[in-house]
Design a protein around this ligand. Sequence first.
Ligand code: APR
Ligand code: PHB
Length: 389
Amino acid sequence: MKTQVAIIGSGPAGLLLGHLLRASGIDCVIIERQSRDYVESRIRAGVLETVTTDLLHKLGIDAGLNAAGLMEEGFNLATGNTLIRIDIARLTGKHVMVYGQTELTRDLIDAAPDRQLEIIFEAKDVELNDVESEQPFVTFTKDGIAQRITADFIAGCDGFHGPSRRAIPAKKIREFEREYPFGWLGILADVPPCHPELIYSNGPRGFALASMRSPTRSRYYIQVPLTERLEDWSEERLWGELAARFDPISKHGVTRGSALEMSIAPLRSYVFEAMRHGRLFLAGDAAHIVPPTGAKGLNLAASDVAYLSDALIAHYRDGSDAALEAYACRALSRIWKAERFSWYLTKLMHRFPEDGDFEHRMQISELDYVASSEAMQRVIAENYVGLPL
Ligand code: APR
Ligand code: PHB
């Protein structure tokens, strides 16, 4: 089989890239290791920047977003008993949309057949070959039969654990990494949110986030030590902890309900500084990870593929490779700023086991400054809504 762009991975990066290329008449195929059911049921974050919603509107894959997306004109930072509202609409003239990555992924997969975007699910043993040549190809097995797809370009959109990054020789790369000494324990439940807007709280019991998917579905997280196991957390214990962290500051108090999902995820900052090698281009989590504080992961995947699709379209339409040459540099400039903001918000809002009283006072003092300074609030708001492309 032959195509113009072989895309590895059907997360948000691969799916958005596939649709953007198809919208310009470019042939592409998405090769995904997991089943469609698996991909559609993964629970991830749910705050979309304008960069991301603009892509969905441009593609016309926005019926779900228009019907169920919640426009958020502000969010809150909290310390102890005080809420600091960041009025993003007033400070930036923009807003963010709450719409689950799970729903967005489903919308993009549902829209694929009508737009002749082929997705091959359950592709095993995916390998990238000859990426330095003019004729790279991807091999895999599907239903036990060996397959080969030759392409002009390969887009590595296969997340942090996929094979694409490893196809780039060690001598070309620079990696930057920071692991955090805690994870996020999350719960999703069909209960009304405790507050009309998101709250990121750094209270005496540690970090907690109150988020939502809809007026009747809540998403909460708390920071837990990396040694914590999910089995140690009954739903009851987690609801009790959330009530202790949010009841004093939320509008409605935490409503309990049975969990649709509970999980623990580690936090990491990571940048892989070689987003291109020959005819292979990386996008999304394949090239970088942010801690979820600030919800930048999906939005960075969207900005990467906005740059990459423009560059590939220029190659096919105008015969110009200037944008392909500039891709890594353009993408990394935005990635590093989002890395900085996610790291900053993580440092500001979590209790670090190695920190003493002094560092904690620094956090409290910074939050106090944020509460009193419109300039600080604007910096946070501008980064939260997403920097321009
Ligand atoms: N072969 C084919 N597909 C693979 C392979 C492989 N060997 N390994 C991984 N994949 C697939 C995964 O199953 C997944 O569907 O690549 C996809 C990568 O998707 P994501 O991990 O969602 O990454 P990305 O599309 O870059 O999205 C980034 O979404 O998943 C969140 O936390 C992430 O918010 C971030 C954003
Ligand atoms: C979520 O709703 O899952 C969410 C929201 C904001 C974040 C991270 C996750 O910063």
